[in-house]
Design a binder for this molecule. Structure first.
Ligand code: PEP
Length: 257
């Protein structure tokens, strides 16, 4: 973590909660964070049908709200899809894009993800580009190749300003939801590689501004180790973000290292 980049911790609630559960979790987080907070930038990403309710509950709190995906098309006849323009009316801050579950279960390609990133920028949403290798790719020694391909396709043609605003999240797929988090040194190596790609694309100044999060079985016990690494600027948290006490402990990571 550098002093020029404000740490960012995002909770991804995935498709886990019903409406009342999302409302309850948002209310608990708001109460817990109100009294103790002086930490990283933070946001939570509920399911589409819960976004408005959660955003309204978190109004005036330090916790922002993001979407878990978006459709890249402009408003029109696309049954079942939710576009960036519709999300921007909800005054969200972030959109998670290219999460491995979207790539794995919904067939998203690098080109789809690149289009979604541009759609997010079109309306002023901050895209959070998720990328990372499978266990097979890791064991085959192709982590670097996969990361360069995924990140390269997503950032191609983006201007320096966009690259400085973009958030990236390195999420090795084998670490997501498994309890097997990556070694800090291994994650740092990938983050440094990605910062190098950003530097080639946009120059040193822009690359030093871009936040690169780590995601994959982050909890209150291991978050401090990641945040201490030079190029790890925050965390994308899945399972542990569903427990308000645990998520707030993660936000207060300095006290728990
Ligand atoms: C995720 O899916 O983005 C994630 C990091 O999940 P978990 O924290 O549960 O591994």
């Amino acid at each position: 973590m550098s002093t020029v980049r404000r740490p960012l911790i995002i909770g991804n609630w995935k498709m886990n909660l019903g409406l009342n559960q999302s409302i309850g979790l948002a209310k608990e987080l708001k109460n817990l964070v109100a009294s103790i907070y002086a930490g990283p930038e933070t946001a939570v990403c509920p399911s589409f049908p819960h976004l408005l309710a959660v955003r309204q509950i978190l109004e005036g709190s330090v916790i922002g709200v993001g979407a878990q995906d978006l459709a890249p098309q402009k408003p029109g006849a696309y049954t079942g899809a939710v576009c960036a323009e519709q999300l921007s009316e909800l005054e969200l801050r972030f959109a998670l894009l290219g999460h491995s579950e979207r790539r794995q279960f919904f067939g998203e390609t690098d080109m789809d993800v690149a289009e979604k990133i541009r759609a997010a920028f079109r309306v002023g949403l901050v895209p959070v580009l998720c990328f990372g290798e499978t266990l097979e790719q890791r064991e085959a020694g192709s982590t670097e190749e996969v990361v360069v391909r995924q990140v390269g396709a997503a950032i191609e043609g983006l201007e320096s300003q966009a690259l400085a605003t973009l958030v990236l999240a390195y999420e090795p797929i084998w670490a997501i939801g498994t309890g097997h988090s990556a070694e800090v040194a291994d994650a740092q190596d990938v983050h440094r590689l990605v910062r190098g790609l950003l530097q080639e694309a946009a120059g040193e100044e822009s690359a030093q501004t871009t936040r690169i999060l780590y995601g994959g079985s982050v909890n209150s016990s291991n978050v401090g180790g990641y945040l201490a690494a030079e190029d790890i600027d925050g965390a994308l948290v899945g399972g542990a973000s569903l427990d308000p006490d645990e998520f707030v402990k993660i936000l207060c990571y300095q006290d728990h290292t």
